[in-house]
Design a binder for this molecule. Structure first.
Ligand SMILES: Cc1cc2nc3c(=O)[nH]c(=O)nc-3n(C[C@H](O)[C@H](O)[C@H](O)COP(=O)(O)OP(=O)(O)OC[C@H]3O[C@@H](n4cnc5c(N)ncnc54)[C@H](O)[C@@H]3O)c2cc1C
Length: 455
């Protein structure tokens, strides 16, 4: 539990009406706020960003298929039309469970009667040397934009060199995010680079996906894993299955056994865990740092704090860190808060598994559907299901329309006019394998002088 000597007095509760604070505006937090409609309480949604990020489509932003605004949604727009719901932008740094306040980075304390923690997870680098410093992740809008900018810069720099050294892009992790990312980069190479970079021989631009297990898409059943493997290989992704990363350098990934794979850009999708700072919040944590909850989703030992989505786990029965469990736990915890406000006992959560999906590329996806019908689908059918579901899940009508338009033009158009959304110049190791000639900070400054950069 944290205490700050300098904290300002807590933002007070409204006399007579309990205050519900929802920390984190992801799938879980937004579904909780929706479910709290009609509750006789004041609801405060807190997030460090002023927008919600739709993570499942971030790979499209990272490969220039969608604009960042297509997958983000203003939280002020979300709370705007809801009576008794307010938004506060800020970063939470801890909880004083006795005083019932959420500590904020700006020194303010936010009082609560019920707190719902839905603050998600972060990358886990498993202590691998260089992984945190030299890889990019895909969990945020900023991260996806940085991947896009460095990826497109890598192609430009190789073209400047007359194609003498083609870049190699490495994706670490062959789970759903790694598979989607590797497939999307390979397609970008096969279409956009092949058609728009006459200086480059696309067959020399390598896309490597490293996975410790002997298969990709670990949580899926074997026939779907095999399909995804074939589909990645058909797109020219070099799969390094059964390979563990020992070290990441600025311009290379070193495997256990000593092999070095040159890398102009390394994307880390290999694992997640709760942010390290969560261990200071004073709540029991289980595997991956997730907050341990009772079956009613209250944090163990607390009668007023709930933990849902990726950051929470029912003790002994952790759910996968996916959108559906986040939506369902957020909704259920909010329903339990409503019951408590109304003087009723809480109810245990039970998960309704609707299935899982992953996309590999154009007209290629796997879907293991469990509800409203059961079946396993691959290829174009799986792709249409994946697309339909993800567009429908986007949080606003505007995002659904713009994302659909972006995806249709990105996937359907195979012509040289395929409009990849360009980024700003960034520093990338010049030749992948060779140490870059100028230190990164100096290169960024030089690039900024040449054309500026934005995030
Ligand atoms: C690239 C990618 C692709 C994915 N694809 C799929 C997919 O296809 N299908 C699927 O089911 N799942 C997918 N997932 C997983 C899915 O997105 C997550 O399981 C889901 O977003 C979890 O929701 P959540 O509400 O728990 O957390 P999040 O969506 O991560 O939301 C957490 C929120 O908390 C805020 N926050 C965090 N810390 C603080 C703090 N200290 N103070 C204030 N605010 C804070 C963050 O800004 C964020 O808005 C994908 C994930 C990634 C990264």
């Amino acid at each position: 539990m944290t205490t700050t000597a300098t904290s300002a007095p807590p933002q007070g509760r409204t006399a007579g009406r309990p205050k519900v604070v929802v920390l984190g505006a992801g799938f879980a937090g937004l579904s909780a706020v929706r479910e709290l409609k009609g509750v006789d309480a004041d609801v405060l949604l807190v997030d460090k960003n002023g927008y919600n990020t739709f993570q499942p489509l971030l790979f499209q932003v990272a490969t220039g298929g969608l604009n960042p605004g297509d997958v983000t949604y203003s939280l002020r727009s979300f709370t705007g039309g809801r009576s008794r719901v307010r938004f506060r932008q800020g970063t939470a740094t801890g909880v004083d469970a006795e005083a019932k306040v959420l500590r904020m980075a700006d020194g303010e304390d936010v009082a609560y009667d019920y707190l719902l923690i839905s603050s998600g997870i972060a990358a886990n680098y498993f202590g691998i040397p260089g992984a945190e410093e030299h890889t990019l992740t895909m969990y945020t809008r900023k991260g996806a934009i940085e991947v896009r900018d460095r990826l497109l810069t890598a192609f430009e720099r190789a073209a400047e060199d007359g194609g003498a050294e083609a870049p190699c892009v490495v994706v670490v992790g062959g789970g759903a995010t790694g598979t989607e990312m590797a497939g999307a980069i390979a397609e970008l190479r096969n279409t956009y680079v092949a058609q728009s970079f006459p200086e480059l021989d696309p067959s020399r631009v390598r896309v490597v996906c490293i996975e410790m297990l002997d298969f990709v898409l670990g949580p899926f059943e074997d026939s779907l894993r095999q399909y995804a493997k074939r589909s990645l290989e058909e797109r020219g992704v070099e799969l390094r299955l059964g390979s563990a990363v020992a070290e990441v350098r600025e311009d290379a990934v070193v495997l256990k056994g000593g092999e070095e794979i040159p890398s102009a850009l390394t994307v880390w999708t290999s694992g997640v865990s709760a942010p390290k700072s969560l261990s200071e919040w004073g709540f029991p944590q289980g595997r991956g740092g997730r907050l341990q909850t009772e079956p009613d989703l209250r944090v163990q030992g607390s009668d007023s704090v709930f933990a849902v989505g990726d950051v929470g786990a029912v003790d002994g029965d952790p759910l996968p860190q996916l959108a559906q469990p986040a939506i369902q736990t957020g909704k259920h915890a909010a329903a339990n808060i409503k019951r408590l406000v109304g003087g009723l006992p809480t109810e245990p959560f039970s998960y309704s598994d609707k299935g899982t999906m992953a996309i590999v590329g154009r007209m290629s996806a796997v879907a293991d559907v469990k509800w409203p019908f059961a079946g396993k689908f691959t290829g174009a059918i799986g792709w249409f299901m994946w697309m339909g579901l993800h567009i429908a899940l986007l949080h606003s009508f505007r995002n659904r329309v713009t994302a659909l338009a972006g995806i249709v033009s990105h996937y359907v158009s195979r012509s040289a006019q395929q409009n990849v959304i360009p980024g700003e110049p960034r520093s990338v190791p010049l030749k992948g394998r060779q140490a870059s000639d100028t230190p990164p900070a100096e290169r960024d400054a030089k690039l900024e002088r040449q054309g500026g950069r934005a995030a």
